[in-house]
Design a protein around this ligand. Sequence first.
Ligand SMILES: O=P([O-])([O-])O[C@@H]1[C@H](O)[C@H](O)[C@@H](O)[C@H](O)[C@H]1O
Ligand SMILES: [Mg+2]
Ligand SMILES: [Mg+2]
Length: 278
Amino acid sequence: MCFPQIILNAFKQQKQVHLKSSQADLVTETDLRVETILKSAIRDKYPVHRFIGEESVAAGECVELTDSPTWIIDPIDGTANFVHRFPFVAISIAFTVNKQVKAPMEFGIVYSCVEDKLFYAQKGRGAFLNGEPLNASGQEGGITCEPDSDDDDEVRWQGLSGLCCIPDDMLCVCFSVRALGTAAVDMCQVATGGADAYYHIGMHCWDIAASSIIVQEAGGVVMDTDGSPFDMMSRRVIAASSTAVANRISQVIQAFPCRRDDEDQCRCICGGKGVNSV
Ligand SMILES: O=P([O-])([O-])O[C@@H]1[C@H](O)[C@H](O)[C@@H](O)[C@H](O)[C@H]1O
Ligand SMILES: [Mg+2]
Ligand SMILES: [Mg+2]
């Protein structure tokens, strides 16, 4: 059975849910299974390639980007959606070489499983959704963003308040806010022109690496929330339909500190904080 079908079949069924760093940071047997299948299929073809996979990192692997070709994998982006059967769950895969942390990397793929939408982009070759070219809107108005599932309550609260109480200053660039519960798919909305911007502090490189290429190749812009160049390890991102929109958002965002993904990240949280059936 192919791995999107594994996700779709499991979507409707009861799941054993393990907590990782917090009540909002979840993993299921399907996350683990999909990551294992993906890694072993890639390893069969490319034995020397390296991986940064969300669930392998949770099990203790380091987030270490070297010059070697590296696959950055989120086997299910939107695990909380998956657990609650909210129909936005995606597989996110990015490929980078030579320690490239800035977009565009080599290529990125985001497959939104329930919607059956395949977003993909390759460096210098444009971005596509189910074969049709993608174009960012070039406008300002609709924003997607996410409250965070970080282990730090302060970070989570900052993200939530950012979502619920858009600061007055932000109203000049925003008339509506959406959150789909998957950073990868939220960000791809900027590539489709369905949203004009996305911002997030506290997510991880596997959540946004693939969609950062897709946004750029669709003519959009990615940058750090402080206005500096995008760095997928910084855990801060603005994706926008134009540089002007990205700059305006970076000026009003309340930034807060986040430990980088590649800093001291060999952390085993296997065993987690508990298990539930949902
Ligand atoms: O854990 P996961 O479901 O792969 O990914 C999460 C989703 O992208 C969510 O939208 C975002 O708010 C979190 O920061 C991510 O951790
Ligand atoms: Mg994710
Ligand atoms: Mg995930």
